[in-house]
Design a protein. Structure first.
Length: 171
């Protein structure tokens, strides 16, 4: 009888043991990361004292956040994702896209300048911002859809097409 009780006791302890699982940590960067190829994130990225991703040297580029976050440290006038179209040579493919994730802790979540024209647009799709002041668009053609921006829009000389997008505080 004693051996049977001991065995039951050991099984009970084993049945309630939960192994610890560590949450994935963000990749930390102290300098902006320039993208020169289509990129799909596999982790969150945290930028300390600098801008985040810069998309300026490749004409056709997709940045898929893949459900991850791009996080700033909340200091200074930094951009989470910058698109500088003035350096691009051919935007005929209409293929610049930022999609599927969250951007937080930057003064400007997304800054797009000098991109597009005619029927060519940059696309911002399924992006949520938090803790950012603005989405900054200048002299660009931009499609925005399925987004949730806790920010103000600052734009000048832009063509915007928006679908199913929310703006403002507390969203």
């Amino acid at each position: 009888m004693v051996a049977t009780l001991l065995l039951v006791s050991m099984l009970t302890v084993t049945a309630f043991y939960i192994s610890p699982v560590e949450a994935p940590s963000a990749i930390i960067s102290y300098a902006p990361i320039e993208l020169n190829a289509d990129t799909t994130l596999q982790s969150d990225y945290k930028f300390i004292g600098c801008d985040g991703f810069i998309m300026s040297t490749v004409d056709f580029l997709i940045l898929d956040l893949n459900g991850h976050k791009v996080i700033g440290d909340g200091t200074g006038y930094k951009n989470g994702i910058t698109v500088d179209g003035s350096a691009l040579t051919d935007i005929s493919q209409d293929r610049l896209c930022i999609k599927n994730g969250e951007i937080e802790g930057f003064w400007s979540a997304i800054y797009i300048t000098d991109y597009g024209g005619g029927d060519k647009f940059a696309t911002v799709e399924n992006i949520k911002t938090k803790g950012t002041a603005i989405v900054n668009l200048y002299n660009s053609w931009v499609r925005i859809y399925d987004c949730n921006f806790q920010a103000r829009l600052l734009s000048a000389q832009c063509w915007l097409l928006m679908w199913n997008t929310k703006w403002g505080q507390g969203i």
